[in-house]
Design a binder for this molecule. Sequence first.
Ligand code: PEP
Length: 256
Amino acid sequence: MRTPLIAGNWKMNTDSSSAVALASEIAQRAGEATDAELLVCPPSVYLALVKDALGEAAVGLGAQNMSCQPQGAYTGEISAGMVTDLGAKYVILGHSERRHIFGESDENVNKKTLAALAAGLTPIVCVGELLEEREAGKTAEVIRGQFDGSLAGVTAEQMKSVVLAYEPVWAIGTGKVASPEQAEEVHADLRKQLAERYNGEVAESVRILYGGSVKPDNASELLGQTNVDGALIGGASLKADDFLAIAVAGAAVAQA
Ligand code: PEP
């Protein structure tokens, strides 16, 4: 049984006081969705503040990106060690905004994934196709390429502590959500790739999140798909009510 992971990617939003207020409200109400695992990924400059605001609540902390380098002359970067030092356990890697705005390649994502694993972080490795790739019937090929490239050299043992996120680029921040069938098709293919490349045990244990305009009103259907093990949420994670409503939908699926 895979515990649903409901992860909020706050992106470059909030300020110090609204980040603390949002984290505090989520922490206070985390008991509404005890059968799901909750995670917030604030801007890295607020990780320590958010960690304090979460206190002892059952809400995890993650970063949105990190460098593949351990230390040194990399102005503006943060290392895996810095992320763990601030109490984060997760890091989002290869988000489509990193890939498409900042030009991150599968090779970059792979180096970061290996560095995160070496530091004891759980990477949430994102994959997803562009609209034109979907329309050209290339979704499976693109996702397979990103899967192979981003996870090169990751052992079966390491893979058990990786989370995958399928985020069709055309659905991120657009209000256009993938249909539950479209999501399930890609998730099932990702699980097949895990079984082929690793083994059945790995395939059964890895959580595959869906991301792309997840909202309280579409969460139950998406999270109810066999191979959808949670959500990576952008816009809706900035409102505690919406984030928790999605978490409740995830918890309900886990109970069913
Ligand atoms: C995201 O940033 O990962 C995301 C899925 O954003 P949104 O929920 O706003 O589409």
